[in-house]
Design a protein around this ligand. Structure first.
Ligand code: AMP
Ligand code: MG
Length: 302
């Protein structure tokens, strides 16, 4: 998934801790083999390769789980989050690597196989049908959070509940460290006029999405690696979105979705998600706007 994972947890003794860590990392590696779109042989890429054949493909419980969670979030975000953006993401990745702007025609073609409605699911049989030829599922916007949640689950099964899993900056938190009321987490808006908020949290997921370092520059404009599924183009408004949600999967997906939606559309979308907080910074031209619903900070500095 292109991220380094870090685990912090409290175990009764070091041999239990070693065993727990290796189980949790094992689970993350397993998910990477299923979900990575960088690996030709990953289960998700093998599924995508059968798009447009009319074939219902049996998949692992994990893959089915991620796809159905993604589809549900697509429905509830009006398509701002959409794992079928794969063909468009591939186009932009290539363009970024070689520093050119994708041709209109290439974008148009890639968009033809984008649309979460082209994913059909058969839950009882655990099968997936990808209706259009050339579809490519990309769970880059949700997989880290899902894997972090799974690592927490594995640790909990071993009786270890005071857990923090860091998936390259996206966190899933279990219970607080022993004797404390929460994990201290610093959230930053990432601007020059830097503002940092310190929160004490537990049993939530926290994720940040943004265009700050991965983008394509063309004729003075910066296009993000996050694409608007409606246009097939990388985001032009510059955002940094932090989400706190009941779990890491939802936090990860919503950070991506609300980056696409921006503040105005985001406010409407958020109403559909109870118990979710957001800190979104949006830059359009010279104008910077901020939207912050994070819980009252335990301490704040500017
Ligand atoms: P994140 O860093 O969680 O915001 O995820 C960004 C990654 O999600 C990108 O690198 C793409 O692989 C994928 N992606 C881009 N745009 C979207 C979108 N609109 N919906 C879902 N996934 C996306
Ligand atoms: Mg995300």
């Amino acid at each position: 998934m292109g991220s380094q994972f870090r685990l912090i947890f409290y175990a009764p003794d070091s041999s239990t801790a070693q065993r727990a860590a290796s189980q949790a990392f094992g689970r993350i590696e397993e998910l990477n083999n299923i979900l990575s779109d960088y690996r030709d042989g990953s289960e998700i890429n093998r599924l995508s390769a059968r798009s447009g054949t009319g074939e219902w493909v049996g998949v692992s419980p994990e893959l089915f789980d991620v796809i159905s969670a993604s589809r549900q979030i697509s429905q509830r975000t009006g398509g701002a989050f959409d794992i079928t953006v794969g063909p468009v993401v591939q186009l932009w990745r290539r363009a970024m690597r070689r520093s050119y702007f994708p041709e209109q025609e290439a974008i148009r073609q890639a968009r033809q196989s984008v649309g979460y409605r082209y994913i059909k699911l058969d839950a009882p049989q655990r099968k997936v049908l990808l209706l259009r030829k050339g579809m490519r599922l990309d769970v880059g916007g949700i997989g880290k959070g899902y894997a972090a949640d799974e690592a927490v689950r594995v640790l909990r099964e071993m009786g270890i509940n005071s857990v923090l899993v860091d998936a390259g900056g996206d966190l899933t938190l279990g219970d607080p460290p022993p004797g404390q009321s929460g994990w201290r987490v610093e959230v930053s808006s990432g601007t020059n006029a830097d503002s940092v908020q310190t929160l004490e949290l537990s049993n939530v997921g926290i994720a940040t999405s943004g265009a700050s370092y991965r983008y394509l520059e063309h004729q003075g404009k910066r296009y993000s690696h996050i694409v608007d599924p409606r246009t097939g183009v990388g985001l032009l408004h510059h955002v940094r979105t932090t989400i706190i949600a009941p779990n890491g999967t939802l936090a990860d997906a919503l950070a991506t979705a609300l980056s696409v939606a921006g503040i105005d559309r985001g406010k409407k979308l958020l109403k559909r998600f109870p118990n979710v907080q957001v800190w979104l910074l949006e830059t359009k031209g010279d104008r910077i706007r901020s939207w912050n619903t994070l819980p009252a900070p335990s301490s704040e500095r500017n």
